[in-house]
Design a protein around this ligand. Structure first.
Ligand SMILES: NC(=O)c1ccc[n+]([C@@H]2O[C@H](COP(=O)([O-])OP(=O)(O)OC[C@H]3O[C@@H](n4cnc5c(N)ncnc54)[C@H](OP(=O)(O)O)[C@@H]3O)[C@@H](O)[C@H]2O)c1
Length: 461
């Protein structure tokens, strides 16, 4: 962009919903601070919406609104476009048209970035303009700036983050109140923390889009979101959250990228984090991201991951970055396809496992001991275990297991229950950090058994 000092910068705003409204307000309310720091007077000159009649909680001049993308794209006086409409189309086509017309685009659209980012960035580069997307991951947290603009001399060994505020709100409330997932989900909807259709959030799709974007930047690759191992939170019971607590862990939905010898392992899964882990203490709708880099070590950012103003902050910071240093912004390179970790497809990720199942009271001990003994013969060990009565003649038996893979446990379980009509379903969650054997095993003739005093929580859930 030519010297824009002391110039009027006109913005084309694509969308005026939660984020668009926040962007509009921020540009208006922080006009002076933006002018002082960038030397530019920024105004929103046109706004694309879907419904002109819609009642808006925003004082906006109705003559700025239009239903026609061409009213913005065809207006040569608009310098920079901000896309906050969401979805793939028409957002993608509009962004491509704008980039081809030689103008910068800022977007908050994680789904579009995760699915078509490589193509959009290529077109931006071909046309000598930028596509910036700070708001697409973790709202107000400047994690894109960190990976794109700062960590250029470090190799990233891993990323782990709480990337979805809806899930974090639900899990926090489950842990603090002992209430069920579905009850808290309904409450989250009423509070505006969950969509009417919460699938994208609670099943981990939203976090997978964000993880893909972070991995693209950290490893200069193009990640297929469909290939990210994904497990949502909808199968978690309050008993599991409580059992994890008693074992010394907090369950969080974590997006994780880990550099391995032959590629990068990517997953979005509920994980057991030790209670003193930095991410375990990030509660409610907050997001957090830890980046492990080879020179600087660990960096952790915590902040508001969504909402009108935190997200608008990220969008407008992209805008001021363009106004102050557009040419210096590093272009991400997403053309190389990600080599997926060879081990990813097979036994699941290495490390500890949380395993639980709801057994009938009368068969719990027998089944649990048979499974433990079988896993022991495969090199596995139990670090800790817990039992919680579920109040309906069932017991939640949970284990922290080491030395065996998820696949091994599943295979063993299949052998044991192949003829059982109503075998309990197993829940598997990865456990962060090292585990050590905590249960004494004593070999007996014919098979292996251990000794233990099972204790039952007297409080019925
Ligand atoms: N909400 C958050 O906290 C948050 C956080 C980070 C990222 N994001 C991302 O930001 C983007 C916007 O999210 P949001 O929550 O602000 O969405 P939203 O409240 O639903 O607003 C979408 C806006 O875009 C307009 N729009 C949608 N489709 C359109 C179309 N086909 N033609 C013209 N206008 C259209 C809508 O017009 P009408 O007003 O006329 O309906 C509305 O103003 C999404 O990509 C989202 O993933 C959101």
């Amino acid at each position: 962009m030519a010297d824009k000092k002391q110039q009027l910068i006109k913005i084309g705003l694509l969308g005026l919903g939660t984020v668009g409204g926040g962007v509009y307000k921020t540009i208006l309310n922080n006009f002076d601070v933006i002018r002082t720091r960038t030397g530019c007077e920024v105004t929103v000159s046109r706004v694309l919406v879907r419904d002109l009649e819609k009642e808006r909680q925003l004082d906006v001049d109705g003559s700025l609104l239009t239903l026609e993308p061409e009213d913005l794209i065809g207006d040569a006086s608009i310098d920079i476009f901000i896309e906050v409409m969401g979805g793939i189309e028409p957002a993608k086509t509009i962004i491509l048209d704008v980039l081809r017309s030689g103008r910068h685009v800022i977007t908050a659209n994680k789904e579009l970035l995760a699915k078509h980012g490589a193509e959009l960035l290529e077109v931006a580069e071909e046309n000598g303009v930028h596509l910036l997307f700070e708001a697409s991951v973790a709202g107000g947290i400047p994690i894109i700036r960190l990976l794109q603009g700062y960590l250029t001399a470090n190799r990233v060994d891993g990323i782990s983050g709480i990337l979805n505020g809806t899930c974090n709100y639900i899990l926090t409330k489950m842990a603090k109140t002992g209430r069920d997932y579905s009850e808290i989900l309904e409450e989250a909807k009423l509070l505006g923390y969950a969509e009417a259709d919460p699938t994208s959030d609670v099943e981990g799709y939203d976090a997978a889009y964000k993880l893909a974007i972070l991995a693209n930047l950290a490893y200069d690759v193009q990640v297929e979101t469909a290939n990210i191992e994904r497990q949502g939170i909808s199968q978690l019971s309050s008993a599991d959250v409580k059992a994890a607590k008693r074992l010394g862990y907090t369950i969080k939905l974590v997006g994780a990228a880990a550099k391995e010898q032959e590629g990068v392992r990517l997953s979005v899964r509920p994980r057991l984090l030790p209670d003193d882990h930095p991410l375990a203490r990030v509660d409610d709708v907050f997001n957090a991201v830890t980046v492990q880099a080879d020179v600087v070590g660990d960096l952790t950012f915590i902040g508001r991951g969504a909402g009108e103003l935190p997200t608008a902050s990220a969008v407008v910071e992209d805008l001021t970055a363009l106004l102050t240093g557009g040419d210096a912004i590093r272009r991400p390179s997403w053309h190389r396809r990600l080599e997926e970790s060879a081990s990813g497809a097979e036994g699941g990720e290495p490390g500890g496992l949380y395993l639980s199942a709801a057994f009938d009271e009368r068969e719990c001990t027998e089944r649990a001991e048979r499974l433990e003994a079988a896993l022991f013969t495969q090199g596995g060990f139990v670090a800790k275990s817990e039992r919680l009565p579920l109040g309906d003649g069932k017991i939640l038996q949970s284990w922290l297991l080491g030395g065996v893979s998820e696949t091994q446990v599943r295979q063993e379980w299949q052998k044991q229950v192949q003829n059982a009509p109503q075998a309990p379903t197993l829940l598997f969650l990865p456990v962060e950090g090292p585990l050590e054997p905590g249960v004494e095993w004593i070999a007996t003739t014919g098979s292996s058994y251990h000794e233990r005093n099972w204790t039952l929580d007297s409080q019925v859930l």
